[in-house]
Design a protein around this ligand. Sequence first.
Ligand SMILES: C[S@@+](CC[C@H](N)C(=O)[O-])C[C@H]1O[C@@H](n2cnc3c(N)ncnc32)[C@H](O)[C@@H]1O
Length: 215
Amino acid sequence: MFDRYTIVGHFYDFVSNLYSGKSIQNCKIAHLDLLKPGDKVLFAGVGHGRDALYAAKRGAEVTVVDLSETMLMKLRKVLTAEGGKVDVRQVHSDILKFDEAGTYDMVVANFFLNVFNRSMMPRVLDHLIAQARPGGKVVVGDFAYPRGNLITRAFKTAYWYFAVIFFWLIAGNSVHDIYNYPEFMAKSGLRIEGKKHFRLLAMDCYWSVLGRKPA
Ligand SMILES: C[S@@+](CC[C@H](N)C(=O)[O-])C[C@H]1O[C@@H](n2cnc3c(N)ncnc32)[C@H](O)[C@@H]1O
């Protein structure tokens, strides 16, 4: 399986902290306090998985899927540092080949959907929604759709393109504008129940959007 994150996978979280302070890390755990012990949660494109670890420590039954062996190896290091006390089921796969439809109380896509181009992303989102049980939650954490005055929007757009071009060069990710996730989620049948914003330089650069699948 070709691993696009062979290089950047080793220092992904370091780069992300450098780029955002702690905002991205805080965004990734924004809705995880809703998990109860025993809840089944799926993390799509988990990366180093500190969010998955957080969920597992809350007593959730955690499954993670990632296409990159490098990313999963980093996740295993994170888990080993916990002394093997935290259990996380790891699946090395393309998310579209992973099918446990209707199983999960919560499906989390943190900084994952932005790797797909505009025609593919809604297909992946629909597939994630299918993995949630009826009445289950779907959480998308990512770059916030730029709002505010002209200067703020210009900053947020430039800030986004800096990251997206870096990941296009280093991992071959798609280059596109910032997605308005609540719009896509609502179009795919989710009820939007919450949005939490995370700031950088006093601007809302990231958000975590909580959607609910109809029961
Ligand atoms: C931008 S990183 C985000 C990682 C992590 N969620 C985070 O917030 O730090 C995208 C992740 O999605 C994974 N990925 C990309 N395409 C995938 C696919 N089709 N199926 C599963 N994982 C995929 C990559 O290997 C990478 O770990």
